[in-house]
Design a protein around this ligand. Structure first.
Ligand code: ASP
Length: 359
């Protein structure tokens, strides 16, 4: 069975197939209406969402299918103490596919261990957000005509911004990508992305201190919100909350064909004066998200029983009950998930579910 928990669960070929199908759906919407009739999507959202949940709902409705689920776990048996695995076992009796968002990192990966229907990770804490990645890839393709060879600047909260982590991972599948990281010290990209992902794949990245110094070379500027809800220390948030702001003066330094992406919601990191610039692609990006989620659901259900489209191996887990993941927001520390780890090429032991360094 094919789930989508991490962008690397899709091969480059599968990713291309989804993006191509999304483009075909955009061009011939009428052909796909009804293609999911009698199919049911369950949206299990344990954390707030506007675009992701509604775009999944709208996508399923456009395909003629039905949607059930919750957007507030407090109104469900979760408030009685039901575990993620039990909820997924139950919901799998009522639906053919599940999209789940959770504030606990690794919750969806843990859920796949018992699920009998495909699970789509719609965001797990500050870890991953693979359907936003598909949205971003489709948007880059539509805005620039290609993904290979681009220079992309990630700006803002690269530490807690799960969309950044997932997109960087996916970009390792494309050739000649140059990454520029623009973030204050407190919000720098996690080490596991720099070392396990970029260094291992030979993807070039550099860190800069200002937006101005890189604007002229960027093909894509990927802005992000500082993720207030992930900070444990409010003073730290106050220190960095206004770190980078995109305005028309900075846009004037950029290429004529650059595109500005943002997973949204924005707070104050892009001034509204930028919205009318033709390079501001963030609202077009939202619409792309609906089409790519249509394509994803069609493909996951098509691949469900096809052995050629299983889950890629995550390697052999190391089970050690004497070790704990240090991340208090990991499924290991929130439910009864076992202590499960993987060793990276440079000898570091990382949590199986959330990638945090254990030792
Ligand atoms: N909507 C995106 C997410 O769910 C970005 C954000 O919340 O800032 O990760």
């Amino acid at each position: 069975m094919k789930h989508l928990i991490d962008p690397m669960d899709l091969s480059r070929q599968e990713t291309d197939e989804i993006i191509t199908l999304a483009q075909d759906i955009i061009a011939h919407r009428e052909r796909y209406q009804g293609s999911m009739s009698h199919r049911k999507l369950a949206t299990l959202f344990y954390e707030p969402s506007t675009r992701t949940r509604l775009s999944f709902t709208s996508a399923m409705m456009e395909l003629g299918g039905n949607v059930l689920g919750f957007s507030d776990a407090k109104s469900t048996s979760v408030s009685k103490g039901e575990t993620v695995q039990d909820t997924v076992r139950v919901v799998g009796c009522f639906s053919e596919i599940i999209a789940m968002r959770h504030h606990i990192e690794g919750a969806q990966l843990y859920a796949t261990e018992v699920s009998k229907v495909p699970i789509i990770n719609a965001g797990d804490g500050s870890h991953s957000h693979p359907t936003q990645t598909l949205t971003d890839l489709l948007t880059i393709k539509r805005e620039l005509g290609h993904i290979e060879g681009i220079t992309i600047g990630f700006c803002g909260d690269l530490r807690f911004g799960r969309t950044v982590h997932s997109l960087i991972k996916a970009l390792t599948r494309y050739s000649d990508i140059k990454i520029v990281l623009i973030a204050p010290d407190e919000l720098k990209l996690p080490d596991y992305i720099k070392h396990d992902i970029c260094d291992k794949c030979g993807m070039s990245y550099r860190e800069v201190a200002t937006m101005e110094e890189v604007m002229p070379e960027l093909d894509i500027l990927y802005m992000t919100r500082v993720q207030k809800e992930r900070f444990l220390d409010e003073d730290e948030f106050d220190r960095v909350k206004d770190c980078f702001v995109l305005d028309t003066a900075k846009m004037a330094l950029a290429k004529e064909k650059m595109a500005v992406l943002h997973p949204l919601p924005r707070v104050n990191e892009i001034l509204t004066e930028v919205d009318n610039d033709p390079r501001a692609a963030y609202f077009r990006q939202v619409e792309n998200g609906k089409f790519v989620r249509e394509a994803l659901m069609v493909k996951l259900l098509e691949w469900e029983n096809d052995p050629a489209h299983g889950m890629p191996s995550r390697g052999e887990p190391i089970l050690d009950s004497s070790l704990r993941c240090p991340n208090s927001k990991c499924i290991c520390n929130c439910e009864h998930a076992p202590g499960k780890f993987r060793r990276t090429d440079d000898g570091i032991l990382r949590c199986w579910y959330c990638d945090h360094k254990v030792k």
